[in-house]
Design a protein around this ligand. Structure first.
Ligand code: F6R
Length: 364
């Protein structure tokens, strides 16, 4: 039931603080302030390489996880979209962990990739939202998300729940490998516990984003820019906008603009910049200035500090709470989801059932 919401997608966006808290509660021990994973009968700390495979939004969650796992745990991570994975004959060496991410647990390409990895002696871990799904049954390590049923075709709450589990996995792996001490683990746990409140803070911008949607709705093309773990969020923002509003959108790593895409910029192309203040901020802002210098209309999504520094001259800004880099991708998911949602509402498209799309893609 949609309750007071107009669409399932809207309801699911607003459920995120609750379902993320629900998901995190099974990966955090409050008493010991530690991160925990379900029982497993293999040596996670001894894993030599991690291969992540997924599709669509779940793939973008995997891209964020690559940054986290490599940064915190120093384990090398490969990542592919499932439809490409098998056909490049990937090198799968003994001692490898293959990690699959899927809301449904039934996506045909992801499942085929899972079976390919199994046949090549990889240990199989899955992050899935449907605990009775095929992928869940075939895994050595099941890492459930507790998002509840996701009805809207565009994935929203499943994505932030996937990120929650993946953050816990990265932290646990770092602890096991001696890369994260008790003090840092406690700090990470604190940040994770604060995440639902930060998501709530992000959701308070709903009305403002609904008004802003009128600026974006007339566009034919929209670009999204981000750096580091916020680059996959740029890709996710573009995917959400395309699939429900049918506006052509692309996400780019901010630093790639000058290698080609900047040629697209003119007054008709809104550019959404995802830039939390922090070590990557200055670089992203200088990419943003390059866009502005060419007449590009920028919407800056940042925190108060970032907006104070670089918000001038933007057509709009959306102020996120100041958050730890580990949880920024979770929090910044909210404004890009809301923006896509409201633009689709302005355009009057079928938000929950976009044309040509199915909720679960069971053909390859
Ligand atoms: C986008 C979207 C899709 C799915 C993709 C994978 O909003 O929902 O891109 O993320 O089809 O589906 P799952 O996660 O079920 O494997």
């Amino acid at each position: 039931e949609k309750g007071n919401y107009r669409h399932f997608m809207q309801k699911e966006i607003f459920e995120q603080p609750t379902v993320v808290a629900q998901t995190l509660s099974s990966y955090i021990r409050q008493v010991t302030q530690s991160v925990t994973l379900p029982q497993m009968d293999f040596d996670l700390a001894g894993v030599k390489r991690i291969t992540i495979v997924a599709c669509g939004t779940s793939y973008y969650a995997g891209m964020v996880a690559k940054y986290w796992i490599e940064t915190f745990a120093r384990v090398p991570v490969d990542i592919d979209v499932a439809s490409e994975f098998r056909y490049r004959d990937p090198v799968l060496e003994p001692g490898g962990l293959a990690l699959f991410i899927s809301q449904s647990g039934e996506t045909a390409d992801t499942l085929a990739a899972l079976r390919h990895c199994k046949a090549h002696d990889q240990t199989i871990a899955v992050v899935v939202n449907v605990p009775t799904s095929t992928m869940a049954r075939e895994a050595d390590l099941l890492l459930p998300t507790h998002a509840g049923p996701e009805i809207g075709v565009a994935s929203t709450k499943a994505f932030t729940c996937q990120l929650s589990v993946l953050a816990a996995l990265a932290a646990r792996l770092a602890v096991l490998r001696g890369r994260m001490d008790r003090e840092e683990e406690t700090r990470v746990v604190q940040h994770l516990i604060e995440t639902p409140a930060c998501l709530n803070a992000a959701l308070t911008h709903d009305d403002e984003i609904a008004r802003m949607a009128h600026l974006i709705a007339p566009a034919r093309d929209v670009l999204y820019l981000g750096r580091g773990p916020d680059f996959p969020l740029a890709l996710e923002g573009a995917l959400k906008l395309k699939e429900i509003s049918y506006i052509h959108a692309e996400g780019y790593a901010s630093g790639e603009m000058k290698h080609g895409p900047i040629a697209l910029i003119d007054e008709a192309v809104p550019v959404i910049v995802l830039a939390p203040s922090g070590p990557l901020f200055e670089k992203t802002v200088s990419n943003m200035q390059e866009v502005r210098a060419r007449g590009g209309k920028v919407v800056l999504i940042s925190d108060a500090e970032g907006i104070a520094e670089a918000g001038e001259g933007c057509i709009a800004t959306i102020e996120m709470p100041k958050v730890h880099p580990l949880i920024a991708p979770l929090v910044y998911a909210v404004p890009v989801q809301l923006l896509a949602y409201h633009v689709a509402c302005v355009k009057g498209t079928d938000v929950d059932q976009p044309r040509n799309l199915a909720k679960s893609v069971t053909v390859e």
